[in-house]
Design a protein around this ligand. Structure first.
Ligand code: DGJ
Length: 726
């Protein structure tokens, strides 16, 4: 069967094995059901080059004279000699297609190696690629790298990737694709705040809603590399791999290694098309939070105690906070860091996962009861992978602390440097793993806990078990911890937090139900963080909280409406001592909570639309109902956000894309509206645009092509628009 052709949602993937080696001939636009004879693609052979056509293999190989980054690096060790079988010649021995999944096996019998590759093109057009390498030989094979790599079309000349830091995750950077390799490396021992959630190559100037884009994401929460590689013959490859430490993976005979999945999407309509492919995949998973198996309930309004009380845990205060939250309409109350033994601040306690007897003489029960009797779910913060030296468990088991040395620090081994006063617990050690499992399991069994906020607050560059590198095994052991706890407590949701967004990837999201996008609750910063996180992760999985009036991480002060409109387009909540909110603020909070509850089904199932605006002081994004809405129901919510002052006196007409062309809609500004507390501060204008007072009616084509004259928003303010289908 040659070539193999997978098609889905406007994307085709064509794989040929005619050179013996599997090669992706096309990944891009749908080619229809019939393909020509692919001999048409036979390439010229240049001077001063190998005397044959060089395939860009599914695993690019030096044995085919591929001069770019190879797919497989490693060597065999036999009789004390290493470096053997350094250049395998993998050729196809089996290939089959089942539905839209292709499974290809390539082997080199002489080198004693085989690789099975699975390529699934999911319904929404998202491609998932994995390789499994097996050592078929009789001696150990040291794997240095097994990469998942795809070719991109020659008209992909620009690259967008994301980077960040604590409190400023997922910011874009762009560059021209030129000859050479652009590598984004993560050596954090976790995904990392600067990890590129997406690598997107596209046609010149590709934007949110225009241009062709080929994008990849590596689903891995440990060390990794993501890259584009453009070689001398002009071909560009894009991909990623787990970054392995020295001799971290040595395959014994018959041993195997499976790569993290590379997820890849093609779009001919800019980045919004890429998001559609990812969102569609997330939402089709049986365990997605909104499916029956995944819990199937609307995302509850959250109150998290962190920026409300920090470590100041005290039952009467927390019950007051729960009261105040319940009265506002909160549905889930999450007790953050500070509840366990010895945890008065961030110097002690991690690892001692027992409720602190001095703070909580009757355990968590009085608070859990107070929360649940007020109709809210109870959630609890944990950080299971970490340990403070100042903890009973570190004193009892110094050998459970991850580090470069084979010996524990008590026996003279070197400890890694501390980060937030903490270390990593060695989950590769089965006893340590079991202890952590048992403690979290006991907490879940002993208390009515519906939700865990699972934190992970440090990088670790010297990650070792028994004196050998161990990020690979530690990452798998952490995954196993999530999986086993989920299995034992199927109803419990888990949030992945890692000092905010330090562990956001599809590996962790396979076993968790939401991410904490950032520790920054400043709405202005959040506009960008959420926009770019939302490129891959749908809003129902991205926590967004209304923080205190003055942000604790930037000291900026924002109106409540700006903070609330920002949090609305995610999994909405609050992280603020709402007992301190004024009467007017509480009324406004209630309105927003009501708005969220009314619209969360739409926000969490719709298509994400991000406009390409010429005015860089403005952002426009919205959610449009995924299927045609009934007349009289909300078809879309949009937010126009002013991030700074503009060059022009007024924004002029802003085109609103993404609505059905021939459908009529009524547009209205639902916040701030005349009479709202924030209305006066939101605009600087003598007179608002004509439509603002009573709304207006037009069809989707008019909104997209002509647009609406927008009010003159003050910087760091936002306007919430609702489109009702007529
Ligand atoms: C870091 C998290 O990102 C915060 O939200 C909070 O949970 C603190 N850790 C608690 O220590």
């Amino acid at each position: 069967m040659d070539p193999l052709h997978l098609r889905s949602a406007g994307t085709s993937l064509v794989i040929s094995t005619s050179h013996g080696e599997a090669e992706i001939i096309h990944w891009g636009a749908d080619l229809g059901s019939t393909l020509p004879d692919l001999a048409i693609l036979g390439e010229p052979v240049p001077h001063s080059a190998i005397d044959a056509t060089v395939p860009a293999g599914l695993l690019p190989q030096a044995s085919s004279s591929w001069r770019g980054r190879p797919g497989l690096r490693g060597h065999r060790i036999a009789d004390g000699v290493s470096g053997l079988d350094f250049s395998p010649r993998l050729r196809t021995v089996a290939a089959r297609v089942e539905g839209t999944t292709a499974v290809i096996t390539q082997a080199d019998a002489e080198a004693g190696l085989s690789v099975e590759s699975t390529l699934s093109l999911h319904d929404g057009g998202l491609l998932e690629l994995r390789h499994t390498l097996t050592n078929d030989g009789t001696t150990p094979y040291q794997l240095d790298e097994l990469a998942t790599i795809l070719p991109v079309a020659p008209d992909a000349v620009e690259l967008l990737d994301l980077t960040g830091r604590w409190c400023r995750e997922n910011h874009p950077q762009r560059r021209a694709i030129q000859q050479g390799t652009w590598v984004r490396t993560g050596r954090h021992g976790r995904t990392g705040h600067d990890s590129s959630l997406l690598l997107a190559a596209g046609t010149p100037g590709f934007g949110n809603r225009h241009g062709k884009v080929w994008a990849t994401h590596l689903a891995w929460s440990g060390n990794h590399e993501q890259f584009t590689d453009t070689i001398g013959d002009g071909r560009t490859m894009i991909g990623g791999s787990e970054l392995l430490g020295p001799a971290e993976v040595v395959l014994e005979p018959q041993g195997s290694y499976t790569t993290p999945a590379l997820f890849a999407a093609y779009s001919d309509r800019g980045l919004d098309g890429i998001s559609e492919a990812f969102y569609s995949w997330f939402r089709a998973r049986p365990h997605h939070v909104l499916t029956a198996a995944g819990g199937g309930k609307p995302r509850p309004v959250v109150l998290n105690t962190w920026e409300a009380v920090y470590f100041d845990h005290n039952l009467p205060t927390l019950i007051e906070l729960a009261d105040s939250a319940a009265e506002l309409g909160v549905e889930r109350f999450v007790l953050d860091d500070g509840w366990f033994r010895g945890r008065r601040d961030d110097h002690a306690g991690l690892g001692d996962w027992y409720v602190d007897e001095t703070l909580w003489p009757q355990g968590l029960t009085p608070l859990v009861d107070a929360v649940t009797s007020r109709g809210m779910e109870f959630g609890l913060w944990v950080e299971p992978e970490m340990v403070n030296l100042n903890s009973d468990i570190a004193r009892a088991h110094p050998e459970w602390i991850v580090g470069p040395a084979a010996l524990s620090h008590k026996d003279g081994g070197r400890l890694p440097l501390e980060w937030r006063n903490q270390h990593v617990i060695d989950l590769v050690n089965p006893d340590a793993w079991q202890y952590i499992f048992d403690r979290i399991d006991a907490l879940l069994r002993g208390n009515n806990i519906s939700y865990l906020k699972w934190d992970q607050n440090r990088d670790l560059l010297e990650h070792g078990h028994a004196g050998r590198p161990s990020v690979h095994e530690q990452t798998l052991a952490a995954y196993r911890l999530f999986d086993e706890l989920k299995k034992a407590h199927p109803g419990v949701e888990i949030e992945s937090c890692s000092s905010g967004g330090g562990r956001v990837d599809l590996g962790i999201l396979e076993r968790t139900d939401r991410i904490w996008a950032s520790d920054c609750n400043d709405a202005l910063e959040r506009q960008n963080i959420q926009r770019w996180t939302g490129l891959v992760v749908p809003p129902e999985l991205v926590g967004g909280h209304i923080g205190p009036t003055t942000s604790h991480t930037t000291a900026r002060t924002h109106d409540l409406s700006f903070r609330a409109i920002t949090a609305l387009f995610g999994h909405f909540g609050m992280e603020w001592d709402v007992r301190q909110a004024t009467g007017a603020e509480r009324e406004e909070l209630k309105r927003f909570i009501g708005l969220y509850k009314e619209h969360r089904d739409l926000i969490h199932s719709g298509r994400m639309v991000r406009a390409d605006l010429a005015d860089e002081s403005l952002m426009l994004h919205g959610t449009v109902a995924a299927s045609a809405p009934e007349a009289g129901t909300t078809a879309a919510l949009f937010a126009l956000v002013s991030t700074r002052t503009a060059f022009a006196e007024q924004p002029g007409r802003i085109a609103i894309p993404g609505l059905e062309q021939d459908r009529d809609y009524r547009v209205e500004a639902i916040f701030p509206a005349p009479g709202d507390a924030d209305y006066g501060q939101s605009f600087t204008q003598v007179q608002p645009p004509a439509w603002l007072a009573d709304g207006a009616v037009a069809n989707g084509r008019f909104f997209a092509e002509v647009g609406l004259p927008m009010p003159i928003l003050n910087p760091e303010h936002a306007l919430l628009l609702r489109f009702t289908a007529l």
